[in-house]
Write a protein that binds this ligand. Sequence first.
Ligand SMILES: Nc1nc2c(ncn2[C@@H]2O[C@H](COP(=O)(O)OP(=O)(O)OP(=O)(O)O)[C@@H](O)[C@H]2O)c(=O)[nH]1
Ligand SMILES: [Zn+2]
Length: 223
Amino acid sequence: MTTMISPEARAVHDALLAAGLETPMREASSTGELSAEQKKQRITDMMTGVVETLGLDLTDDSLCDTPSRIAKMYVDEIFCGLDYRNFPKITNIDNKMRVEEMVKVRGVSVTSTCEHHFVTIDGEASVAYIPKDKVIGLSKINRIVRFFAQRPQVQERLTQQVLIALQTLLETDDVAVTIDAVHYCVKSRGVMDTNSRTQTTSLGGSFKTDARTRHEFLLQGVA
Ligand SMILES: Nc1nc2c(ncn2[C@@H]2O[C@H](COP(=O)(O)OP(=O)(O)OP(=O)(O)O)[C@@H](O)[C@H]2O)c(=O)[nH]1
Ligand SMILES: [Zn+2]
């Protein structure tokens, strides 16, 4: 990895690797084998082939920039969470006010991309933790969800990755995550079910072992 990766990002990557929950990536990609510009150039060239193979006319002024647009969208936007150089800056606050009860953030928007078909996953997350020595800046929870959502994903892994990232950063096992989402690979193609939603849950520490804590979280786990 390059030196531009923060210690927090590195700790999260190591924890995911140790848990076997890191997104399957070629090792060279995490060591910065290609720059963002090199990736975009290669994807533009390959998407030119895809669009032409589909029979579209790339001299049309509406289509001519589509290959480079897709390359930019993949590298800078919807898949930018594959690069730990884009991991959010984390602000941890010492828990001087001795917060001992659950902090829960509901209705965190989740827009991700299914790794099987590269189409949208659209949903919401609820995230909770019980502080030990550290409290995290609230927006950082949304940013961590967003970082892992900006990868090709399966919902189960996304849920687990958010859990492990927060456990690592907050130095506590007492974290819980649920995601409730619509998969466009189920809605807009394939089985074409326009109604079903998928809920996934990852519980750590007392959220797993203490029935009351678990219940308190899951009762209103999804907004
Ligand atoms: N467990 C899980 N499965 C997912 C997720 N996103 C998509 N899938 C499923 O991945 C499976 C891929 O199955 P395949 O049979 O290889 O692909 P397919 O022929 O396109 O399947 P259909 O979607 O049934 O048309 C499908 O059942 C998808 O619904 C996810 O987040 N979690
Ligand atoms: Zn899919």
